[in-house]
Write a protein that binds this ligand. Structure first.
Ligand SMILES: [Zn+2]
Ligand SMILES: [Zn+2]
Ligand SMILES: [Zn+2]
Length: 325
């Protein structure tokens, strides 16, 4: 069996903003990439399994352009969510309703799609997206509310040769309880995808307070002597990482700025660092990062990478790009 990660696109850069005239918003092409598909091909070359990580607006259209999922080949076995925010969940209804209709049209047996997410995220989906959440999904929830930097049991996918392990991260805009927003319900996870050949990290939507990544003293020891989160995230082949603004400006941020990305890369030593979720809007007009299109992000990031002698390479992946894993 052959496994690959394919990068999906969204319709807008963190969502394209009404009334904004920056270069990113003025470009109508889909750009932001906080969604990937893990597609497995059988020895006969047929599409045998599909796990979708996050489903923001535009992901359904992005999936339609993946050749392994075209027409009768369309399949969705698992939907795995990092968290409930709209830019990660807003195409859920469109995707699941249209997939059900297509299965019927092709005369296929209707199969429920399995959902994995943290329980905090499931509570938000139940409240905000009850129709797709209740009608199309078989729920597999984490059933915990652990602090950041905890390795959770693997997602129970029945797929030989692939392990998907959630690691908890904080993202303070999302870590609220749906029934009492003053209370903390940890809702966000990063995912580590391991095969016999490669390790891939999907590390997006984490706030500026996940210091355990760079400070082993605050890394959470795991039960029964298993790997710590830092050990699990280290030495990856592909680190897909959230970068929202160029400079933090010393502020508390809901997303990592590029200065934190540098610190994380130095601590985790990935072979390729792939920038996701690029927006720049938080940098405010006139500052570095404001309105930068992907090409500018990549050029500026590569200059820093060379000057600071950071590990491996850094770049911005493109929509539809395939990574053999
Ligand atoms: Zn803009
Ligand atoms: Zn978010
Ligand atoms: Zn997001």
């Amino acid at each position: 069996m052959k496994h690959m990660i394919i990068v999906n696109g969204l319709e807008a850069p963190l969502l394209r903003q009404f009334g904004c005239d920056c270069d990113r918003c003025n470009d109508s092409a889909p750009q932001a990439n906080t969604s990937v598909s893990l597609i497995s091909l059988g020895d006969d070359g047929e599409t045998a399994h599909h796990i979708l990580f996050d489903v923001g607006a535009g992901v359904t259209d992005s999936l339609r352009r993946i050749p392994y999922l075209a027409g009768v080949k369309a399949r969705l076995d698992w939907l795995v969510l990092t968290h409930w925010h709209p830019d990660h969940a807003n195409d859920m209804n469109r995707l699941l309703v249209s997939y059900r209709l297509s299965q019927q049209r092709w005369g296929k047996k209707e199969t429920a799609v399995s959902l994995y997410c943290r329980t905090g995220t499931a509570d938000w989906l139940q409240a905000e997206k009850p129709y797709p959440y209740n009608n199309f999904l078989q729920h597999h929830l984490s059933d915990e509310n652990n602090r950041s930097g905890t390795v959770l049991p693997p997602v129970p996918i029945p797929l030989d040769g692939v392990t998907v392990t959630p690691v908890t991260v904080t993202h303070y805009g999302a870590d609220r309880c749906v029934d009492d927003k003053t209370q903390t319900c940890y809702s966000c996870a990063a995912y580590v995808v391991e095969t016999a050949l490669t390790k891939t990290i999907l590390l997006w939507d984490l706030d500026s307070e996940n210091e355990w990544i760079v400070n082993p003293q605050t890394d959470v020891p795991q039960m029964s002597g298993e790997k710590t989160a830092v050990a699990l995230l280290s030495n990856a082949d592909f680190l897909f990482i959230d970068t929202s603004n160029w400079l933090s400006g010393g502020k508390r941020r809901t997303h990592p700025c590029f200065d934190n990305v540098q610190r994380y890369a130095r601590a985790l030593n990935p072979r390729e660092t792939l920038l996701m979720h690029l927006s720049g809007h938080g940098s405010e007009r006139g500052n570095a990062g404001w309105g930068w299109p992907n090409a500018k992000w990549q050029t500026e990031a590569q200059k820093i990478w060379a000057a600071e002698k950071l590990p491996g390479i850094v770049r911005v992946p493109f929509i539809g790009e395939e990574f053999e894993i």
